[in-house]
Design a protein around this ligand. Structure first.
Ligand SMILES: [Zn+2]
Ligand SMILES: [Zn+2]
Length: 344
Protein backbone atom coordinates (compact mmCIF):
# COMPACT_ATOMS: atom_id res chain seq x y z
CA UNK A 1 0.00 0.00 0.00
CA UNK A 2 1.04 3.62 -0.50
CA UNK A 3 2.33 5.67 2.43
CA UNK A 4 4.04 9.01 2.89
CA UNK A 5 7.14 8.66 5.02
CA UNK A 6 9.90 10.80 6.45
CA UNK A 7 12.89 8.62 5.69
CA UNK A 8 15.96 10.39 7.05
CA UNK A 9 16.94 12.85 9.80
CA UNK A 10 17.40 15.87 7.55
CA UNK A 11 15.44 18.67 5.88
CA UNK A 12 13.05 17.11 3.33
CA UNK A 13 13.54 13.34 2.84
CA UNK A 14 9.77 12.86 2.57
CA UNK A 15 8.69 10.35 -0.09
CA UNK A 16 5.67 8.42 -1.30
CA UNK A 17 6.66 4.79 -0.72
CA UNK A 18 5.16 1.32 -1.03
CA UNK A 19 4.97 -0.53 2.28
CA UNK A 20 3.33 -3.71 3.47
CA UNK A 21 -0.41 -3.39 4.09
CA UNK A 22 -1.30 -2.63 7.73
CA UNK A 23 -2.22 -5.85 9.53
CA UNK A 24 -5.13 -6.08 11.93
CA UNK A 25 -7.36 -5.00 13.50
CA UNK A 26 -6.64 -6.44 16.95
CA UNK A 27 -9.59 -7.01 19.32
CA UNK A 28 -9.76 -3.36 20.46
CA UNK A 29 -8.90 -1.76 17.15
CA UNK A 30 -10.60 -0.34 14.08
CA UNK A 31 -8.92 -0.63 10.67
CA UNK A 32 -9.53 2.53 8.71
CA UNK A 33 -9.37 2.76 4.90
CA UNK A 34 -7.89 6.24 4.78
CA UNK A 35 -9.53 8.48 2.18
CA UNK A 36 -7.96 11.84 2.95
CA UNK A 37 -5.07 13.05 5.11
CA UNK A 38 -4.34 16.71 5.66
CA UNK A 39 -0.89 18.29 5.99
CA UNK A 40 -0.51 20.14 9.28
CA UNK A 41 1.97 22.80 10.40
CA UNK A 42 3.62 20.14 12.53
CA UNK A 43 4.00 17.90 9.47
CA UNK A 44 5.80 20.83 7.84
CA UNK A 45 8.06 21.08 10.89
CA UNK A 46 8.68 17.34 10.63
CA UNK A 47 9.48 17.77 6.93
CA UNK A 48 11.93 20.59 7.74
CA UNK A 49 13.23 18.62 10.76
CA UNK A 50 13.53 21.77 12.86
CA UNK A 51 15.57 21.63 16.12
CA UNK A 52 12.58 21.34 18.48
CA UNK A 53 11.39 18.24 16.55
CA UNK A 54 14.77 16.52 16.38
CA UNK A 55 14.62 15.78 20.09
CA UNK A 56 11.41 13.75 20.10
CA UNK A 57 10.33 12.71 16.64
CA UNK A 58 11.02 9.20 15.36
CA UNK A 59 12.56 8.71 11.90
CA UNK A 60 11.83 6.83 9.66
CA UNK A 61 8.09 7.19 10.21
CA UNK A 62 4.77 7.33 8.33
CA UNK A 63 3.72 10.98 8.71
CA UNK A 64 0.35 12.58 9.44
CA UNK A 65 -2.21 12.88 12.19
CA UNK A 66 -5.17 14.35 10.32
CA UNK A 67 -7.03 11.55 8.60
CA UNK A 68 -10.54 10.53 7.61
CA UNK A 69 -11.93 7.49 5.86
CA UNK A 70 -14.19 4.48 6.08
CA UNK A 71 -14.16 1.74 8.69
CA UNK A 72 -12.92 -1.35 6.84
CA UNK A 73 -12.97 -3.84 9.72
CA UNK A 74 -13.26 -3.90 13.49
CA UNK A 75 -11.96 -6.06 16.31
CA UNK A 76 -14.35 -8.16 18.38
CA UNK A 77 -14.40 -5.70 21.33
CA UNK A 78 -15.31 -2.66 19.24
CA UNK A 79 -18.91 -1.53 19.78
CA UNK A 80 -19.15 2.12 18.68
CA UNK A 81 -18.29 1.79 14.99
CA UNK A 82 -19.00 -0.71 12.22
CA UNK A 83 -17.64 -1.35 8.73
CA UNK A 84 -18.79 1.36 6.33
CA UNK A 85 -18.92 4.16 8.91
CA UNK A 86 -17.36 7.46 7.81
CA UNK A 87 -14.95 8.53 10.52
CA UNK A 88 -12.02 10.78 11.33
CA UNK A 89 -9.35 10.19 13.92
CA UNK A 90 -7.81 12.08 16.80
CA UNK A 91 -4.15 13.09 16.60
CA UNK A 92 -3.06 11.94 20.06
CA UNK A 93 -3.15 8.46 21.49
CA UNK A 94 -3.72 8.86 25.23
CA UNK A 95 -3.44 6.12 27.85
CA UNK A 96 -6.89 6.56 29.46
CA UNK A 97 -5.53 5.65 32.90
CA UNK A 98 -3.34 8.51 34.15
CA UNK A 99 -4.65 11.28 36.40
CA UNK A 100 -5.02 13.79 33.55
CA UNK A 101 -6.90 11.27 31.39
CA UNK A 102 -9.33 10.65 34.25
CA UNK A 103 -9.79 14.41 34.54
CA UNK A 104 -10.67 14.58 30.82
CA UNK A 105 -7.38 16.30 30.03
CA UNK A 106 -6.43 13.64 27.50
CA UNK A 107 -4.51 16.20 25.44
CA UNK A 108 -1.93 16.30 28.23
CA UNK A 109 -1.93 12.60 29.07
CA UNK A 110 1.25 11.56 30.84
CA UNK A 111 1.90 8.92 28.18
CA UNK A 112 0.67 10.72 25.09
CA UNK A 113 1.75 9.41 21.71
CA UNK A 114 1.54 11.68 18.67
CA UNK A 115 0.54 10.03 15.42
CA UNK A 116 3.05 10.68 12.65
CA UNK A 117 5.68 11.94 15.10
CA UNK A 118 6.22 9.42 17.88
CA UNK A 119 4.14 6.55 16.44
CA UNK A 120 2.98 5.60 12.94
CA UNK A 121 0.81 8.23 11.22
CA UNK A 122 -2.29 8.33 9.02
CA UNK A 123 -0.68 9.10 5.68
CA UNK A 124 -1.10 5.52 4.50
CA UNK A 125 -3.91 3.62 2.81
CA UNK A 126 -4.83 1.69 5.96
CA UNK A 127 -4.40 2.89 9.54
CA UNK A 128 -5.34 1.48 12.95
CA UNK A 129 -7.28 3.37 15.60
CA UNK A 130 -8.71 2.62 18.99
CA UNK A 131 -12.45 3.38 18.81
CA UNK A 132 -12.13 5.96 21.59
CA UNK A 133 -10.02 8.06 19.21
CA UNK A 134 -12.57 8.09 16.36
CA UNK A 135 -15.49 10.40 15.52
CA UNK A 136 -18.27 10.05 12.96
CA UNK A 137 -17.93 12.48 10.06
CA UNK A 138 -21.35 14.11 9.50
CA UNK A 139 -22.81 13.37 6.06
CA UNK A 140 -22.72 17.08 5.21
CA UNK A 141 -18.92 16.95 5.26
CA UNK A 142 -16.44 15.52 2.76
CA UNK A 143 -13.56 13.29 3.84
CA UNK A 144 -11.23 16.20 3.03
CA UNK A 145 -13.08 18.38 5.53
CA UNK A 146 -13.24 15.50 7.99
CA UNK A 147 -9.46 15.12 7.88
CA UNK A 148 -8.74 18.85 8.16
CA UNK A 149 -11.27 19.12 10.99
CA UNK A 150 -8.49 17.80 13.23
CA UNK A 151 -6.62 21.09 12.81
CA UNK A 152 -9.79 23.03 13.65
CA UNK A 153 -10.11 21.16 16.95
CA UNK A 154 -6.87 22.80 18.07
CA UNK A 155 -8.47 26.23 17.58
CA UNK A 156 -11.68 25.02 19.25
CA UNK A 157 -9.81 23.78 22.32
CA UNK A 158 -8.12 27.15 22.73
CA UNK A 159 -10.90 29.57 21.82
CA UNK A 160 -13.87 27.66 23.28
CA UNK A 161 -12.32 26.03 26.35
CA UNK A 162 -9.12 27.78 27.42
CA UNK A 163 -10.42 31.38 27.29
CA UNK A 164 -13.83 33.01 27.27
CA UNK A 165 -14.36 35.46 24.41
CA UNK A 166 -17.48 37.58 24.86
CA UNK A 167 -19.58 39.65 22.46
CA UNK A 168 -17.84 42.91 21.65
CA UNK A 169 -14.37 41.68 22.60
CA UNK A 170 -11.54 42.66 20.30
CA UNK A 171 -9.52 39.69 19.17
CA UNK A 172 -6.17 39.92 17.40
CA UNK A 173 -5.28 36.62 15.73
CA UNK A 174 -1.60 36.21 14.87
CA UNK A 175 -1.04 33.71 12.08
CA UNK A 176 -3.26 33.28 9.03
CA UNK A 177 -2.96 29.51 8.63
CA UNK A 178 -5.92 27.22 9.24
CA UNK A 179 -5.51 27.37 13.05
CA UNK A 180 -5.60 31.19 12.93
CA UNK A 181 -8.43 31.48 10.43
CA UNK A 182 -10.58 28.97 12.34
CA UNK A 183 -9.72 30.67 15.65
CA UNK A 184 -10.90 33.94 14.09
CA UNK A 185 -14.13 32.28 12.90
CA UNK A 186 -14.78 30.92 16.39
CA UNK A 187 -14.04 34.29 18.01
CA UNK A 188 -16.50 35.85 15.56
CA UNK A 189 -19.12 33.19 16.36
CA UNK A 190 -18.81 34.25 20.00
CA UNK A 191 -19.46 37.87 19.05
CA UNK A 192 -15.86 39.06 18.99
CA UNK A 193 -14.29 41.42 16.44
CA UNK A 194 -11.37 39.60 14.84
CA UNK A 195 -8.29 41.06 13.14
CA UNK A 196 -6.06 38.53 11.37
CA UNK A 197 -2.33 39.21 11.29
CA UNK A 198 -0.13 37.79 8.52
CA UNK A 199 3.21 38.37 6.80
CA UNK A 200 4.43 39.12 3.26
CA UNK A 201 4.37 35.35 2.54
CA UNK A 202 0.72 35.21 3.55
CA UNK A 203 -0.23 37.78 0.88
CA UNK A 204 -0.07 34.98 -1.74
CA UNK A 205 -2.98 32.88 -0.50
CA UNK A 206 -3.81 33.18 3.18
CA UNK A 207 -4.68 36.86 3.69
CA UNK A 208 -6.79 37.16 0.51
CA UNK A 209 -8.80 34.09 1.62
CA UNK A 210 -9.23 35.57 5.10
CA UNK A 211 -10.48 38.85 3.58
CA UNK A 212 -12.90 36.91 1.37
CA UNK A 213 -14.24 35.36 4.55
CA UNK A 214 -14.99 38.85 5.80
CA UNK A 215 -12.05 39.38 8.14
CA UNK A 216 -10.00 42.50 8.63
CA UNK A 217 -6.35 41.67 7.98
CA UNK A 218 -3.00 43.34 8.55
CA UNK A 219 0.51 42.54 7.32
CA UNK A 220 2.85 42.80 10.33
CA UNK A 221 5.84 43.39 8.05
CA UNK A 222 4.19 46.56 6.72
CA UNK A 223 2.25 47.85 9.75
CA UNK A 224 2.68 48.04 13.52
CA UNK A 225 0.02 45.58 14.68
CA UNK A 226 -0.56 47.24 18.06
CA UNK A 227 -1.09 50.67 16.47
CA UNK A 228 -3.27 49.17 13.72
CA UNK A 229 -5.44 47.23 16.19
CA UNK A 230 -5.92 50.26 18.42
CA UNK A 231 -6.92 52.40 15.45
CA UNK A 232 -9.34 49.75 14.19
CA UNK A 233 -10.92 48.79 17.50
CA UNK A 234 -10.55 51.94 19.58
CA UNK A 235 -8.51 49.96 22.08
CA UNK A 236 -5.97 47.18 22.04
CA UNK A 237 -6.94 43.52 22.00
CA UNK A 238 -8.96 41.96 24.80
CA UNK A 239 -7.59 38.67 23.48
CA UNK A 240 -4.53 38.03 21.37
CA UNK A 241 -4.57 34.53 19.94
CA UNK A 242 -1.03 33.56 18.96
CA UNK A 243 -1.46 30.96 16.21
CA UNK A 244 1.68 31.53 14.13
CA UNK A 245 4.42 29.92 16.20
CA UNK A 246 6.70 32.77 15.12
CA UNK A 247 9.05 33.93 17.88
CA UNK A 248 8.52 37.60 16.97
CA UNK A 249 4.73 37.21 17.19
CA UNK A 250 4.91 35.85 20.74
CA UNK A 251 6.79 38.97 21.79
CA UNK A 252 4.67 41.47 19.86
CA UNK A 253 1.52 39.85 21.28
CA UNK A 254 2.31 41.73 24.49
CA UNK A 255 2.21 45.06 22.66
CA UNK A 256 -1.04 44.22 20.89
CA UNK A 257 -2.88 43.26 24.08
CA UNK A 258 -4.69 45.75 26.34
CA UNK A 259 -4.00 46.10 30.04
CA UNK A 260 -5.67 43.17 31.76
CA UNK A 261 -6.12 41.37 28.44
CA UNK A 262 -5.26 37.79 27.64
CA UNK A 263 -2.70 36.18 25.36
CA UNK A 264 -3.58 32.66 24.28
CA UNK A 265 -0.60 30.68 22.99
CA UNK A 266 -1.83 28.16 20.40
CA UNK A 267 1.21 28.13 18.12
CA UNK A 268 4.38 26.24 18.92
CA UNK A 269 7.56 28.27 18.55
CA UNK A 270 10.43 26.50 16.79
CA UNK A 271 12.93 27.53 19.46
CA UNK A 272 12.67 29.28 22.82
CA UNK A 273 12.61 33.08 22.77
CA UNK A 274 13.27 35.82 25.33
CA UNK A 275 9.90 37.09 26.56
CA UNK A 276 9.17 40.54 28.10
CA UNK A 277 7.78 39.21 31.39
CA UNK A 278 8.18 42.48 33.34
CA UNK A 279 6.18 44.39 30.74
CA UNK A 280 3.48 41.71 30.69
CA UNK A 281 3.30 41.74 34.49
CA UNK A 282 2.95 45.54 34.70
CA UNK A 283 0.06 45.31 32.24
CA UNK A 284 -1.36 42.37 34.24
CA UNK A 285 -1.72 40.38 31.04
CA UNK A 286 -2.95 36.80 31.39
CA UNK A 287 -0.88 34.27 29.50
CA UNK A 288 -2.69 31.03 28.75
CA UNK A 289 -1.38 28.08 26.79
CA UNK A 290 -3.43 25.61 24.75
CA UNK A 291 -2.22 22.27 23.43
CA UNK A 292 -3.96 20.06 20.88
CA UNK A 293 -7.51 19.02 21.76
CA UNK A 294 -9.80 16.58 23.53
CA UNK A 295 -12.86 14.46 22.60
CA UNK A 296 -15.36 17.29 23.10
CA UNK A 297 -13.36 19.67 20.86
CA UNK A 298 -13.74 17.14 18.02
CA UNK A 299 -17.48 16.74 18.54
CA UNK A 300 -18.03 20.51 18.68
CA UNK A 301 -15.83 21.21 15.67
CA UNK A 302 -17.56 18.59 13.50
CA UNK A 303 -20.96 19.98 14.53
CA UNK A 304 -19.91 23.56 13.72
CA UNK A 305 -18.55 22.44 10.34
CA UNK A 306 -21.67 20.42 9.52
CA UNK A 307 -23.94 23.35 10.34
CA UNK A 308 -21.90 25.73 8.19
CA UNK A 309 -21.06 27.96 11.18
CA UNK A 310 -17.44 27.05 10.52
CA UNK A 311 -16.22 26.94 6.91
CA UNK A 312 -12.87 25.52 5.85
CA UNK A 313 -13.68 24.57 2.25
CA UNK A 314 -11.92 27.65 0.78
CA UNK A 315 -8.76 26.74 2.72
CA UNK A 316 -8.24 23.26 1.27
CA UNK A 317 -6.09 22.25 -1.74
CA UNK A 318 -6.42 18.64 -2.83
CA UNK A 319 -3.55 16.43 -4.10
CA UNK A 320 -3.66 12.80 -5.25
CA UNK A 321 -1.30 10.59 -3.24
CA UNK A 322 1.14 10.42 -6.16
CA UNK A 323 1.68 14.17 -5.65
CA UNK A 324 2.04 13.82 -1.89
CA UNK A 325 5.54 15.33 -1.84
CA UNK A 326 4.30 18.36 -3.78
CA UNK A 327 1.61 18.81 -1.14
CA UNK A 328 4.40 19.17 1.45
CA UNK A 329 6.44 21.48 -0.77
CA UNK A 330 3.42 23.73 -1.35
CA UNK A 331 2.77 23.81 2.40
CA UNK A 332 6.40 24.77 3.07
CA UNK A 333 6.28 27.56 0.46
CA UNK A 334 2.81 28.59 1.73
CA UNK A 335 1.44 28.25 -1.81
CA UNK A 336 -1.27 26.01 -0.37
CA UNK A 337 -2.94 26.98 2.89
CA UNK A 338 -4.15 23.50 3.81
CA UNK A 339 -3.08 20.67 1.52
CA UNK A 340 -5.16 17.50 1.68
CA UNK A 341 -3.76 14.27 0.21
CA UNK A 342 -6.24 11.76 -1.20
CA UNK A 343 -5.41 8.07 -0.86
CA UNK A 344 -8.57 7.01 -2.70
ZN1 LIG B 1 -2.45 19.06 13.08
ZN1 LIG C 1 -3.21 9.30 30.19
Amino acid sequence: MKAIMKLRKENGAVEVVDIEKTAGPADDEVLLRVHSAAVCGSDVHAYEYIPSYQAFMKVPIVLGHEGAGVVEARGRNVTQFKPGDRVMGESNIYCGHCRNCHLGLTNICDKNLMRGLTTTGVMQEYALFNEKNLHLVPTALSFDEGAAAQACTVSAHGVLHRVSVNAGDNVVVMGAGIIGIVAAQLARLKGGNALLVGTDDDEAARLPIARKMGFQTVNCQKEDVAVYAEKLFGRKADFTLECSGAASAVVSAVDATKKGGTILLLGLVGKDVPFPFAKATRLEINIITSYTSTWIDYEETLAFLASGALDIKPLLSVYPVQEGVKAFEDAVSKKALKPVIRFL
